[in-house]
Ligand binder design. Sequence first.
Ligand code: FES
Ligand SMILES: [Fe+2]
Length: 460
Amino acid sequence: MDLGSKVNARAKPLREAYGAYNSTREIGVDEELSRVGRGTPCGEYFRRFWQPVCLSEHLKDLPKRIRILGEDLVAFRDGSGRVGVLELHCSHRGTSLEYGKIQQRGISCCYHGWQFDVDGRILDTPGEPAGSPIKDRICHGAYPTHEWMGLVFAYMGPPDKKPAFPVYDAFERPDAEFLHRYRFSPCNWLQVRENEMDPVHLSFLHTRLFGVQFQPVYGEIPSMEWHETPIGMCYLTVRRWGDNLYLRVNDAIAPNICRIAGIDDGEGEVVFDRRGAAMNWVVPVDDTNTLNIGFGDIDKNLPLEGRDAYTDRMNRAGQYAVGAGDVGQTGEPTYEQRQRAPGDWDAWVSQGEITKHGREHLGFTDQGVVMYRKLVRDGIRAVAEGRDPKGLLREGTNAPIMTYCHNTVKPVPKAATQEADHAQSIAFGRAILKQMLDGTLSKRNVGAEMAGDFTFPPKS
Ligand code: FES
Ligand SMILES: [Fe+2]
């Protein structure tokens, strides 16, 4: 396993009880994956993709100050409806444009009225003598923007490398109700992102340890595998639920998108290809702060009682239920509430500003984390070598890009032994993933050939 070749100081394993005195004091972080500022390898990787930077609803009559990938910026919508993302500090003498005045065209700095268009061109320097050449000589720093599904995206990379904007099938769900998310965590992006490829924490953090935050079925440690997909990677987890096998698939879309399946299926309910419940971009604000931005897409067909029961469970667990899958995603509950019923936020923030990768002891269930780090590392190195990283869309597509995230629950008789049931669970999950990729999945044949062995995606 590639455990992070850029960790600069590893802890020496302790081999004796009461041995803390001998713990290694200087422990390193994985610099390659953690640093996102301009000119860093991971920062350049992120700068090859469109990233959401704020919500459309943030852009009303006032500018919005934002910080993304270590850069201070201002976002605004001008009087003609165009969105700008500009460097925060005015090109004249550095006053922040968060105090600027939005104009019919662009924004004016509050100090001396220099007016900037959404593309950074200087439209006016009103205090300067008529005919001043300044505005024709320089431009203010600006990034291209794209608004989609209530999210404002910016492309912060080299202008000649701008990719097409990827439209995923998750954006196009007539059966779903959409609810936006915008939350901050005071820690490095990677530890927030890795949470999603770690299905085992559902059994402990969300189910066994602090009262049932999720359905009791999540207390089962699933049969699980991680697979590469054309858009990144995914996990498949299969749990025995009475007479049913319960498959849950989550996508990790390169570079930093979590596509998360729902947790609201009812006990005993048979479910066919129930689509995801959330799409989150884990956007680095800087090296030690992270923005979780995206939307919940909640199946309108879910029985309302199921959703009420979910809210009820969350409330009993002492966490806020803002929408499906939102449990424990902020530091809003009191410290005591969070100690009594910690959530994902507490788990990833408490790892430290940047978790010390050099003191980790990764196990079997961390395969998803290891694989995700490799996906990012390969992308970083591709960019450094002048190649396109995986997941980058160079040309637009006619159809939305397929995601694999979903739940399927089907009656499958329990096998004679636990090992045999585990084997058939994995075979069931693999068969469905294979059918998704082949385009042969249907309600009638779901998981039909329980493929024992396949690679995903298949070798061409
Ligand atoms: S500092 Fe912005 S116009 Fe002078
Ligand atoms: Fe979680």
